[in-house]
Design a protein around this ligand. Structure first.
Ligand SMILES: [Zn+2]
Length: 194
């Protein structure tokens, strides 16, 4: 049985807004492999797109995957100009990516700090492939095909992991480098949020 939460649902004419609750680590829905999207016009998918956008905007995160808001579809949303939580991160274009496939272009791994909206209050050092090509569809079924590195590559790998039921602590190699954001990065203004 799936429980769906709707914290805020404003309907203003044709405009609807829904900020959903974000599931936290321990919820079995975060451990599932997400279903691919087959119909880009399906109401279930269109609603998922809106809810991802509204929810990510509300929490000011770097990215969000559909399973994190209880939607069993292979859809992720990521991107930002500048993040309070990652002040040193370069900008990444706002991207809604459907049915993603990642190709590793360099076997070399880079370590970097990650947080997750489903693991609130914590950060950990996670190794990720330094350079990847990712392909998938945009929200209307158009092709997306990008070759990226650095933080952009990290964000994509983190978000796509949510679609195969993986959370970043399961990618860590040294759990002594997992800790509370408020302790590790006390200078951040919003340390409790992720
Ligand atoms: Zn996450």
């Amino acid at each position: 049985m799936r429980i769906r939460y709707r914290l805020l649902d404003l309907r203003l004419g044709a405009v609807s807004m829904a900020v959903r609750a974000i599931l936290k680590m321990g919820d079995p829905q975060l451990l599932q492999v997400a279903r691919p999207v087959t119909d880009f016009q399906a109401p279930e998918f269109r609603e998922a797109v809106l809810d991802l956008r509204d929810t990510l905007a509300a929490v000011k995160g770097a990215g969000l995957a559909a399973p994190q808001i209880g939607i069993d579809l292979a859809v992720v949303l990521f991107g930002f100009d500048r993040l309070v939580r990652y002040p040193d991160a370069p900008s990444v274009p706002m991207t809604l990516l459907v049915n993603p496939v990642i190709e590793v272009l360099s076997e070399s791994l880079e370590e970097g700090w990650e947080g997750c909206l489903s693991v609130p209050g914590l950060r950990g050092v996670v190794p990720r492939y330094a350079r990847i090509r990712y392909r998938g569809r945009d929200e209307w079924g158009g092709q997306i095909d990008r070759t990226v590195d650095g933080f952009h590559a990290r964000v994509v790998q983190h978000e796509c992991d949510h679609l195969i039921g993986r959370l970043y602590p399961t990618r860590m190699q040294d759990l002594s480098r997992l800790g509370y954001t408020s302790v590790l990065f006390p200078e951040l203004t919003d340390p409790s949020a992720d």
